[in-house]
Design a binder for this molecule. Sequence first.
Ligand SMILES: Cc1cc2nc3c(=O)[nH]c(=O)nc-3n(C[C@H](O)[C@H](O)[C@H](O)COP(=O)(O)OP(=O)(O)OC[C@H]3O[C@@H](n4cnc5c(N)ncnc54)[C@H](O)[C@@H]3O)c2cc1C
Length: 559
Amino acid sequence: MTDRQHAVSSSGRHPERGLDQHAGFDAIVVGAGFAGLYMVYRLRELGLRVRGYEAGDDVGGTWYWNRYPGARCDAESLAYSYSFSPALEQEWQWSERYATQPEILRYIEHVAERFDLRRDFRFSRRVDSARYDAESNLWSITTEAGDRSHARFCIMATGCLSVPLLPDIPGLDDFRGERYQASLWPHHPIDFTGKRVGVIGTGSSAIQAVPVIARQAARLTVFQRTPNFSIPACNEPLDPAFVAEFKRHYREHRELARVGKISGFGGLEAVPREQAPAADSGVLLSDRELETILEQYWNTGGARFIGAIGDTLLNERTNTLVAEFVRERIRRTVHDAETAEALSPTSHPIGTKRICVDTGYYETYNRDNVTLVDVRRHPIARITANGVETEHDQYPLDVLVLATGFDAMTGALLAIDIRGEHGSTLADKWANGPRTYLGLGVSGFPNLFTITGPGSPSVLSNMLISIEQHVDWIADCLGFMQRQGYQRIDADAEAEAGWVAHVNEIANATLFPRAGSWYLGANVPGKPRVFMPYAAGVGPYREVCERVSANGYEGFRFA
Ligand SMILES: Cc1cc2nc3c(=O)[nH]c(=O)nc-3n(C[C@H](O)[C@H](O)[C@H](O)COP(=O)(O)OP(=O)(O)OC[C@H]3O[C@@H](n4cnc5c(N)ncnc54)[C@H](O)[C@@H]3O)c2cc1C
């Protein structure tokens, strides 16, 4: 035992759990969010011995870490939930159209308890290395706490948005007030009453947090680099009669969502409130027809707005019309013309950065205690002990909130020293951008699977749909291997190259590559600019995966 390991076990930090020392399992799962929990459930069904490792001290993933005020999902609760257990979906009661973070976390905890999933996990364990040994055909996993274990299969359920980014601003650590990061929020409530609060960032998390903080704080200053498009959530308590009726048809709703028939936007909606999309193309519509459709979608709320017109993400002209509709709404809502202008996105086509969904975001800028600082025009020079300094002004603050996003999709995978065959590292392999086969396997890294990996729809969908599909696919594949007596699976290099080319081809047919988005890695200095998710939608993607498995897992090699 090393000193470090000894220190951990003898300090009693995890006395009840102990360290895994040279422990052997059939499969190791990294991460205890929605993906890791369901993966463990399916692996157990296959009779496999499983070990899960999770950096946090409990289950929940995104919903464990992101406890900032106003945090909630922007997929409808009835759709943003597991479908694998009909009993679970019938018994769980969601209270609102879009569930809050505490409610989603309660749900995940309930699932963990109901299916006794915690017992296979070790918490407060960050996996720092995963190495494949060709001779034994085993993966060796180590954690920062000192665990060492090995398994035939290593399954990464590490999340697409689980590595928070700090802004690169001089003096960040000099600030003497309270500092919080949206994605690492404390587990106790923060009281902003009477305080001068600054929020850096205007992505999804800030857009949810700003209206809530503004209601408490004495003064709120929002530092914005890039404005994002946001659509009103029109959140509301769920009507019990609607829910009862919905639950009677849960299976049908789920099936439609799986094949991408609900909402043009990856199944974020529970039920289509109108036929979606309402029109195939914006260019064939008169101004009045377009306005009527968009108005209707705007008034019913949610990210489905982006799917109202079928070619919004494909056709520049349609996109401009839709974007202008939203900019006009911003101008109508925000009283101060200069603030409205600053809040109106013009640097990217609408929908090419993750569309935000809000409750009263733009209205918040009409409050006397709220100021927007456009840091494109007035860059932040430094953070001082007392607040933020731009080139023109000083903003004394008691509290600084950072909502500056994530190293998306590849961040959590590359934070682990993953080595495949011949000791080759994933970091080297992905030096010019991620390369996977179907977002599930990586050639040269046998018996390694990635749930919602780059090259799959993942963040362009309701993630629960994508997670369940991947977990089911992996579990089915392992079942196939058991039946065939195979011990090793690896993606074929040629199949992988073909898939990477196809993912790029699909992305290039859309407007997505036009935005400097986190989908492209543009928010991380030095990260290769490659469009990472698969943009053809969950329906076509599922068909590809089903075809691959029906054809004996074509594109994979077994031994
Ligand atoms: C604020 C926010 C709001 C979101 N809202 C929506 C939404 O409305 N709809 C939607 O579809 N998606 C949404 N998402 C995306 C969300 O991440 C997914 O929906 C889903 O929760 C992902 O589940 P997961 O299990 O794949 O990953 P995560 O929930 O991210 O879980 C991954 C887990 O792996 C752990 N981990 C990572 N690396 C290691 C390591 N090396 N060792 C040990 N543990 C590790 C992490 O600690 C984490 O707990 C949102 C994301 C954020 C951040």
